[in-house]
Design a protein. Structure first.
Length: 179
């Protein structure tokens, strides 16, 4: 991993390397297989942040599963704007499906707690959340997080799909905002 990286006006230091990320996703894939291997689940990946995570997780699943993508946004810069915007709607039928939401990170929990009722309204057979990263100290909206990859401190992170004002998503590993 590079010693530190500059994204726009901010410096970031190495935090989670490729092996750590990959091992965590392998564990998540095994847990999901144990629970859903015979259920043909429907994954709903939340864009933009989860595009790398959902791709890497999906490749590790060796059982029948579907995936679709929706876009929500609640961040401006390094602070949550508090507004949840659905930019791309859901066009897959989810009634009676076993649905697993894929998120890059659960921070305050605002995004998912606002979005989940929309899914529940469509009567899935079951609904669970899988997030690569979780910041428990930042979470204010309660959520039942069935699958958590890595628990991290309440510091802003970029890389591996996560952005700072649109940049830094291409970093293959995860960096933390320098103090
Ligand atoms: P909430 O607060 O609604 O946030 O749980 C969820 C969404 O906000 C983005 N987010 C981040 N993006 N570094 C980022 O690049 C972070 O540290 C961070 N924290 C939250 C992310 O898109 C997530 O889906
Ligand atoms: Mg996201």
């Amino acid at each position: 991993m590079s010693a530190s990286v500059q994204v726009l006006d901010k410096s970031f230091v190495p935090f989670l390397d490729a092996e750590t990320i990959d091992a965590s996703i392998a564990t998540l894939a095994a847990q999901i297989k144990a629970d859903y291997g015979d259920k043909t689940p429907l994954f709903i990946a939340i864009l933009n942040g989860s595009f790398m995570f959902s791709s890497d997780l999906f490749k590790k699943l060796d059982f029948p599963a579907e995936i679709c993508f929706i876009k929500l946004a609640s961040y401006k810069g390094t602070k949550s704007s508090g507004h949840v915007i659905t930019a791309i709607g859901l066009d897959t039928v989810i009634k009676n499906r076993h649905v697993i939401i894929l998120e890059d990170i659960v921070d305050t929990g605002k995004t998912l707690s606002a979005f989940l009722p929309e899914i529940e309204h469509q009567q899935p057979a079951s609904l669970s959340i899988c997030t690569l990263l979780h910041k428990p100290e930042a979470q204010v909206h309660p959520l039942d997080l069935k699958y958590i990859g890595i628990t991290i401190p309440n510091k802003f992170v970029v890389g591996y799909g996560l952005d700072y004002d649109g940049f830094g998503r291409n970093l293959p590993e995860i960096y933390q905002l320098k103090d």
